[in-house]
Design a protein around this ligand. Structure first.
Ligand code: LLP
Length: 428
């Protein structure tokens, strides 16, 4: 039988999230439906802050908006005393709409356009550059007060190869040598405040890895300080804190991680006389990942060479299984107490072979009309969904102590055509 953990509950065989009955939610709001528990987001943010702040008080949590950019969710996260990291102009706008102050927003783009750099400069957010040569482009129209560079510390790690953003095979970050060049140019141009950043991979489950890379970043910062003669106001060690997706997989020990990183950071900054700069982290998944489930309705079951369970959740709704072969646990929300007894392929309704949410998954008997709950859908779930095959994107509901509110309406065909312009000659 399934192990059901908060924010999920098994009440007499029915799945609840945040005190709300998922089967009733599926009926009331339709499927596919993303359901997010507000309480869980708050707990996750608080747990993270508690893991670091007691060990290093000059600490800031910045939420990586790309993981889930729903405005209501951004507002919940903002109210937990956080900042935000934006990957583009649109995310800067969303952060401001959600009430984040400019000084709490950073902009970490890559291969930026000049117009986006201009927008970020005018927005007064902290600009974090992915190449020393981009600084020259930026300096053509402005001298920002603060600049930081994204370093590739030479190592990377991630749950899937596509999620490794540091080391040799990646388009991200710059070497220590290029950083020296970048910071020298910045100093020469009159920039006054400096930060240093890295983001080396996503969904990392090893505690020690984070202190290893923190040490590397501090070493590089010390080298830059020596060569260029600048002082760092902040260090951003990125996000990447993993959550467990597989049944039985152990959670990341975030308290041990925070303590260890803070200690490494204190030791390093002391060793190199770097002062007491702000320590930042920039997670997405850890805050929102397990706060949401995705509800699917089973519409048809085909028994051919294999058993295919066809639902209204496909790669258009949740791309991760198709893109990374990512594993998401799946429960039958309306019959939680049944035992596993068959292997099935659970798929969507899209015209692609990769449209598979789970392959060869051991499940109890599934019937047409059942509601399936796909777990850990809060990060990179809706955010990576599409309208492929002309499927409207899902609705989103927020639950809080049993109370459910719609936070994104389901799309309809009008959403496909709203920006289209058909030339008059084609209308004849
Ligand atoms: N900061 C930067 C600059 C990033 O690029 C990312 C994620 C984060 C922070 C947050 O990383 P997190 O804490 O969520 O690991 N689509 C993939 C994840 C890609 C992550 C991209 N960058 C997935 O579904 O697993």
């Amino acid at each position: 039988m399934w192990k059901i953990e908060p924010p999920l509950e098994n009440r007499k065989g029915t799945l609840y999230i945040g005190g709300a009955n998922t089967v009733e939610l599926a009926e009331k709001f339709g499927t596919p439906l993303y359901v997010t528990d507000e309480g869980r987001i708050r707990e996750n943010a608080r747990r993270l802050i508690r893991a670091f702040k007691p060990h290093y008080s000059n600490f800031k949590l910045k939420y990586a908006i790309k993981a889930n950019n729903n405005l209501s969710i951004l507002r919940i996260i903002r109210s937990e005393d956080t900042g935000a990291d934006a990957s583009c102009a649109e995310e800067i706008k969303l952060a401001k709409m959600a009430g984040f102050e400019a000084h709490d927003i950073s902009y970490t783009g890559n291969y930026n356009s000049s117009s986006e750099l201009k927008f970020a400069t005018n927005s007064n957010v902290i600009i974090n550059l992915d190449d020393a040569a981009i600084l020259a482009k930026l300096l053509k129209f402005a001298v920002p007060e603060t600049i930081s560079f994204r370093i590739n510390p030479g190592v990377g790690r991630g749950k899937y190869s596509g999620l490794v953003f540091g080391g040799g095979k990646t388009k991200f970050g710059i070497s220590a040598e290029d950083a020296i060049e970048g910071y020298s140019a910045a100093k020469k141009a009159g920039i006054k405040r400096f930060g240093i950043h890295m983001m080396t991979g996503s969904c990392v489950m090893e505690v020690d890895y984070f202190s290893e890379i923190t040490e590397k970043l501090v070493d590089i910062a010390a080298q830059v300080k020596r060569e260029v003669g600048i002082k760092f106001d902040f260090f951003n060690i990125g996000g990447g804190f993993g959550i467990s997706y597989q049944p039985g997989e152990e959670d990341l020990d975030i308290n041990a991680l925070g303590k260890q990183v803070a200690q490494t950071f204190k030791d390093g900054t002391k060793k190199y006389s770097l002062g007491e700069p702000e320590l930042m982290i920039e997670p997405g998944r850890y805050i929102v990942g397990d706060s949401a489930i995705l509800l699917a309705r089973v519409h048809h079951i085909k028994h051919s060479a294999k058993t295919y369970v066809g639902t209204d959740v496909g790669m258009n709704t949740l791309l991760r299984p198709a893109l990374y072969k990512a594993y998401h646990q799946i429960f039958i929300a309306n019959r939680l107490n049944e035992k596993s007894k068959q292997r099935v392929n659970i798929c969507g309704q899209i015209c692609e072979n990769t449209d598979m949410i789970a392959e060869d998954r051991e499940m109890p008997e599934i019937r047409e009309g059942d509601v399936l709950a796909i777990l850990n859908a809060g990060a990179y779930g809706f955010a990576m969904s599409s309208q492929y095959n002309s499927r409207p994107r899902a609705a989103e509901v927020l639950v809080n102590r049993g109370y459910a509110e719609i936070i994104r309406e389901r799309e309809s065909v009008s959403d496909f055509i709203i920006r289209q312009r058909v030339p008059a000659r084609l209308m004849k």
